[in-house]
Design a protein around this ligand. Sequence first.
Ligand code: 4AD
Ligand code: MG
Length: 481
Amino acid sequence: MFPLIKELLKMPADGREVEVRGWVRTKREMKNLCFVELNDGSCFAGIQCTFDLAADLSEENHRALSLAGTGASALVRGKLVPSPASGQAAELAAAGIRILGEAPAENLPASAGRSAINAYPLQKKRHSLEFLREIAHLRPRTNTFAAVARVRNRLAFAIHEFFQSRGFAWVHTPIITASDAEGAGAMFRVSTLEMEAPSENGGTFPDWSKDFFGKKTFLTVSGQLEAETYAAALSRVYTFGPTFRAENSNTTRHLAEFWMVEPEAAFAELDDNMDLAEDFLKSLFNTVLQDCAEDLAFFDERIEKGIIETLGSVGASKFTRMNYTDAVAELEKAFNSNSAVFEYKPFWGCDLQSEHEKFLTEQIAGGPVIVTDYPKEIKAFYMKQNDDGKTVRAMDVLVPRLGEIIGGSQREEDLGKLERRMAELGMDTQAYWWYLDLRRYGSVPHSGFGLGFERLIQYVTGMANIRDVIPYPRAAGQAEF
Ligand code: 4AD
Ligand code: MG
């Protein structure tokens, strides 16, 4: 295959003949020179192709140059030479150009054989992120979204590298499931039954036993329960895949479809789990700093000032750890002394709101915080119960700007305790027979956590809205593309 721009820019600019393929970002003319900047998305930078209009360029080349507007795809031939312009080591002394696909700068009426074409919407100017969300199929051609896509790709690979190098096996947990792993109830139904309104259906809801799977099924909210079964066999495993939540929350941190990474380790207690989460995040921060330097420089300049320095210092310092009781005491102190304004009054037993998480990370710790031992009432059924009868071995990793990025816990390995907790919560223990079997046969202490992949990308890029770090966001009322 022909070299990508990323590869060309690493070659010696010794006049070698090369071919570049990409999309035109800009075209400028100056005296007898025409500059076409081609970008192929392989790296942040494009390559400048300089045409000498005084040289004897063929009629065909002149025609192609006239069509080389923003967005057009082109193939340029020329010599790779040192660039006199600042900010780029090499450029192309171009000898020929071919347009592969035009992108009109103005609306074109329908003509024989094709429908009308609107002007290419990404003309050279700054576009709002809201506007770009409406053309999510074209936004990867912008600097911002191409950079997000490259960072996302690098992080996905780094996640596998991290776990694979530490003896964790990747397991593929099901997308369709009959169990609610989080007990949060925010699940999307999977069904092949005709969904008539109950009134047209003799006043009853569908008979789920006649459904495809013979029971109620949903899109998974987490692969954890199935991951636990494999951790109880392979010792260390992780999942990495899409998860679904029908939360009707229109926030900058929630999606209906998001990717989650869930490691699960047998013979691991909460401290091991915290150490793993901290090492994991730091290793990911260091990887992007090292391997996505150009993209991060862009985010630092245009999206979130200081992000490079923050990632560097967070990657090198210890995360603050505190238990929930101490965290709430800090919040109450700040609330009562009016040194913080909260919409929700903090109290022992409350679920931490994002304003509380922000305060803990930004004001108290000045960086990530791991909060442990939450009240059992606000956490999932499977968490290991502490001796105090009130709290569980939960851990949430909170970060400035975003709040929760990781949620996890040590799991309850005692059959009786787990059964009693499930009964208290009104859960059908029969339906979880296979999960409870892990506690019946060779039960071991084990722990794990879930990292929201999009929140990670938000954190390292500084992108404010989660809908801008996944190619095609799915949220309430939004399933275009
Ligand atoms: O805290 P959560 O709900 O934990 C679990 O699902 C556990 N089963 C994980 C485990 O222990 N294996 O979700 C984990 C993380 C959150 O910290 C957050 O980063 C992300 O998943 N997350 C979401 N990200 C985007 N949109 C949503 N609606 C999210 N809900 C959770
Ligand atoms: Mg959580």
